[in-house]
Write a protein that binds this ligand. Structure first.
Ligand code: SAH
Ligand code: SF4
Length: 460
């Protein structure tokens, strides 16, 4: 979500102030930090980064420093109290007001704060998006109204709000004309998407219907969505997995815990058996679907038995991959009040055990793909490849690449590099090929499974 917002900020400030992105922050005229406050550690990083920027500003007093995102939304004025050299504080829903805020700072040299939630206005004020490669995120909804007891998002990003269907589709059409082939529909809880149609404000379109509209856009070949909430998966979504081939076979479905008692305390709105039933339905709807998840360890009151239930769930489902975190108390959330007597060493121990199990499951899932052929959207150059490796490559692969790109083998030679793309199931694959195939779908024969990625050979 923050990556998407950052891209939009860059587009916006290029249009309004001709500000260009730089890779050398020391030389920037404006430094903006787009922040996350989901866990305390992410929040702490903000102030250590600002400490460094303070020194730069002492040397260059005209430097403008801004803090945006969820930490800004949560802390507001406190950021200026702690870091008075900051000029701008903006929230996730007011980033579109940055051009005016910049003007105000430049004219008055006074700090400007705006962390309100004007919601719909944001998208109306943003310029046409600029594609950066063949994949793109598109926000279909903002905020969250689920109020899981540990989570700060509803307080920092505001209540859930779905973008109108036409807005989403026109953004995607623009991206497709710039060469985007894969779209990830973004939101905190995309399963409850309900976008209005013009002239029919009393009827709304759900996620499955939106996916079908997106699939009909010229150039869009693959559609993903994230994040989905288990309690809101609909019949229409199962059907979309059966019927819509452009919908990628992967779902990120955070479960958080394998204990019903903890799930209830988290206010997640589903039980373990309901979650398992959803997984079953997803697998029936799309054989080979990959499933990933998020897990929280050490939620207040989590007993050793509750934790074992989580281990059992991970073992039973066999997630393709999972992100796991130690519970981090967030100010203003209900769970911060819950008695929490589990020692931190115990929580760390549980996390290590859980992560070892997840790693083994990921390894098994990756290993299963060795020997298969996967359709990959080639996204980018992975890293520089030695000429020696390229020279060793089989002539037949070079000829194959030549037939894909329509270029002579000789003219492609200098363009051969290690490339990266993702499978339909969202696994990263590295392979050697000509740079000219970036942005295209190719078939790759998977030869090796590494802990977090796969390696393969271009084939047909
Ligand atoms: N909206 C998404 C998740 C957004 S936050 C959903 O509900 O699925 C991403 C992940 O961060 C969550 O799934 C959760 O596992 C983790 N998370 C959120 N708040 C947390 C906290 N206070 N401590 C630890 N992990 C947290
Ligand atoms: Fe946070 Fe729950 Fe909303 Fe996800 S669904 S953003 S975890 S409140």
């Amino acid at each position: 979500m923050n990556e998407y917002d950052s891209t939009r900020i860059a587009n916006l400030l290029l249009a309004s102030h001709n500000l260009e992105l730089t890779t050398t922050p020391e030389e920037a005229d404006v430094l903006l930090l787009n922040t996350c406050s989901i866990r305390e550690k992410a929040q702490e990083k903000v102030f250590s980064q600002l400490g460094l920027w303070r020194i730069w500003k002492q040397k260059r007093p005209n430097l403008i420093i801004g803090v945006g995102g969820c930490v800004a939304s949560q802390e507001g004025q406190d950021i200026l109290d702690r870091a008075p050299f900051v000029d701008l504080v903006f929230g996730p829903q007011t980033l579109h007001r940055l051009p005016q805020m910049l003007v105000d700072v430049q004219q008055h040299r006074n700090a400007v704060i705006d962390t309100s939630f004007p919601q719909i206005e944001k998208f109306d004020c943003l310029p046409i998006p600029k594609a950066e490669g063949p994949t793109a995120y598109v926000s279909i909804m903002e905020g969250c109204s689920n109020y899981c007891t540990y989570c700060i998002v509803p307080y920092t990003r505001g209540e859930e709000f779905s973008r109108p269907v036409v807005d989403v589709l026109s953004e995607i059409t623009t991206l497709a004309t710039q060469g985007v082939r894969e779209i990830t529909l973004l939101g905190q809880n995309v399963n409850s998407y309900a976008g209005i149609f013009p002239d029919t404000e009393d009827t709304t379109v759900d996620l499955a219907a939106l996916i079908r509209y997106v699939a009909a856009i010229d150039g869009i070949e693959r559609i993903r969505f994230t994040t989905s909430h288990p309690k809101d998966i609909s019949e229409s979504l199962y059907l979309a997995f059966v019927e819509e081939p452009k919908l990628a076979g992967h779902v990120h479905l955070p479960v958080q815990s394998g204990s019903d008692r903890i799930l209830a305390k988290m206010h997640r709105g589903h039980t373990v058996s309901e979650y398992l039933a959803l997984i079953e339905r997803l697998r029936q709807s799309r054989p080979n679907i990959s499933i990933s998840t998020d897990l929280i360890v050490g939620f207040p009151g989590e007993t050793a038995a509750d934790f074992e239930d989580t281990m059992e769930l991970v073992d039973t489902v066999g997630f393709d991959y999972a992100y796991s975190f130690i519970y981090s108390p967030r100010p203003g959330t209900p769970a911060i009040e819950y008695p929490d007597s589990i020692p931190i060493a115990e929580k760390q121990d549980r996390l290590l055990r859980l992560q070892a199990l997840i790693k083994a499951k990921t390894q098994t899932a990756n290993q299963r793909l060795v020997g298969s052929k996967q359709r990959i959207l080639v996204e980018r150059q992975a890293r520089k490849t030695s000429q020696q490796l390229i020279d060793k490559m089989d002539k037949s692969i070079q000829e194959l690449a030549s037939s894909i790109t329509g270029l002579e083998t000789e003219s492609m030679d200098k363009h051969w590099q290690q490339l990266a793309g993702r499978t339909e199931q969202n696994r990263v694959v590295n392979f050697i090929g000509p740079l000219d195939i970036i942005g295209r779908f190719v078939t790759v024969h998977i030869t090796e499974a590494l802990p977090n990625s796969l390696r393969g050979i271009l084939c047909n």
